[in-house]
Design a protein around this ligand. Structure first.
Ligand SMILES: Nc1nc2c(ncn2[C@@H]2O[C@H](COP(=O)(O)OP(=O)(O)OP(=O)(O)O)[C@@H](O)[C@H]2O)c(=O)[nH]1
Ligand SMILES: [Mg+2]
Length: 264
C-alpha cells in the first residue's frame, strides 16, 4: 500500500483496497483474462447495439400507404417536381432526396408498393432503416377506407422495431385538390377513434402480461383513449396534393410535407 500512497494513506477505503489487491493477486491469471474478455464483450455489444439503432445510421424516408393513395406521384414530385402518370407499383423504388434545409440533409426516399399482398415483405425489408415514415392517405375517399387505413397504421405502430427506433411519422393527407377531401384534423380524429377500437379488439385476441406478443407492442397508453401524442415518435399531419390545384401542368402543393422532411 505504501507504494501508491499519497492520497490513499489514511483513507477510510484503505483496508478495502488492500484486500481487493490481495484477492486479485491470488487469482489465477486465466481467470483474470476471462473477466477482461467478458467485460470487453459486454462493452462491444452495447456499442454495436447503440450504433446499429442510432439515428445517424438510419437515413431512409419511407413512403407507405394503401394502394392509390399517391405515393408514387409524391415520390416523383418530391424528387423532380414533375407530374408523372403512374401505375400500381409492384416493387420498391428509391432515390436520394435532398431536404429543403440549410444543412442540405440527403435522405434515401423509398416508394413502397401499397398492395396488400406485397406490403408486409417490403415493410420488413426497409423498416429498420427508416428515419421517417410518410404515411400517405387518400383524403378524398378516406371515409370509405378509414378501417383499412387504421389497420395498416396499427401494424406499423405496434411493430417492435418501429417502436424501438421511433422514426418520425408524417401522415400525408393527400389529394387535397379534390373538393370532397377530408381535412388533416378530421383524419387525425377519426384515426384516433378507429385505432382505439382496433386496440381493444386486437388486445382481446393477444392477451399478454407484459404487453408484447410476437414482436408487437401495446399501442399508446394503457387505460387511456388512444391519441397520437402517446406514441414514442414525433407525429405530424400534413395536408398535401401531389397533383396540385392546377393539375398536371402545375406544381404540386406539398409545402407542409417538405417542411416536415426538412426537420428530420
Ligand atoms: N386528384 C389527385 N390525384 C392524385 C393525387 N396524388 C395522386 N393522384 C392520382 O392517384 C392515382 C394513384 O397514384 P399513385 O401515386 O400511383 O398511387 P400509389 O400510392 O403509388 O399506389 P400503389 O403503387 O398502387 O400503392 C394516380 O392516378 C395519381 O395521378 C392528388 O394529390 N390529387
Ligand atoms: Mg405506387
Amino acid at each position: 500500500m505504501e507504494d501508491y500512497t499519497g492520497f490513499m494513506a489514511g483513507s477510510p477505503f484503505e483496508p478495502y483496497i488492500e484486500s481487493l489487491r490481495q484477492q486479485l493477486e491470488e487469482q489465477d491469471p486465466v481467470f483474470l483474462i476471462g473477466v477482461i474478455v467478458a467485460l470487453a464483450v459486454v462493452v462491444i455489444t452495447f456499442f454495436l447495439k447503440y450504433f446499429l439503432t442510432s439515428k445517424t445510421v438510419r437515413t431512409s424516408v419511407l413512403l407507405v400507404g394503401l394502394c392509390d393513395s399517391g405515393k408514387t406521384l409524391l415520390f416523383s414530385r418530391l424528387l423532380s417536381g414533375k407530374f408523372k402518370r403512374t401505375q400500381t407499383s409492384i416493387t420498391d423504388s428509391s432515390a436520394p432526396y435532398k431536404a429543403k434545409n440549410d444543412r442540405g440533409s440527403t435522405w434515401t426516399l423509398i416508394d413502397l408498393p401499397g398492395h396488400d399482398s406485397l406490403r408486409p415483405q417490403y415493410l420488413e425489408k426497409f423498416k429498420s432503416a427508416a428515419r421517417a415514415i410518410v404515411f400517405v392517405v387518400d383524403s378524398a375517399i378516406f371515409q370509405k377506407e378509414v378501417r383499412d387505413v387504421a389497420e395498416f397504421l396499427y401494424v406499423l405502430l405496434t411493430d417492435a422495431v418501429i417502436t424501438r427506433n421511433a422514426p418520425a411519422l408524417v401522415v400525408a393527407c393527400n389529394k387535397q385538390d379534390i373538393t370532397m377531401a377530408k381535412s388533416a384534423k378530421l383524419i387525425q380524429q377519426q384515426l384516433e377513434k378507429e385505432l382505439n377500437t382496433l386496440r381493444v379488439t386486437r388486445s382481446a385476441v393477444l392477451s399478454s402480461q407484459d404487453g408484447s406478443v410476437g414482436g408487437s407492442m401495446y399501442l399508446g397508453k394503457k387505460g387511456k383513449d388512444f391519441e397520437f401524442s402517446q406514441l414514442p415518435m414525433k407525429v405530424e399531419f400534413a395536408e398535401c396534393s401531389a397533383r396540385g390545384s392546377k393539375g398536371e401542368d402545375g406544381d404540386a402543393d406539398m409545402e407542409m410535407l417538405e417542411k416536415a422532411l426538412a426537420k428530420l
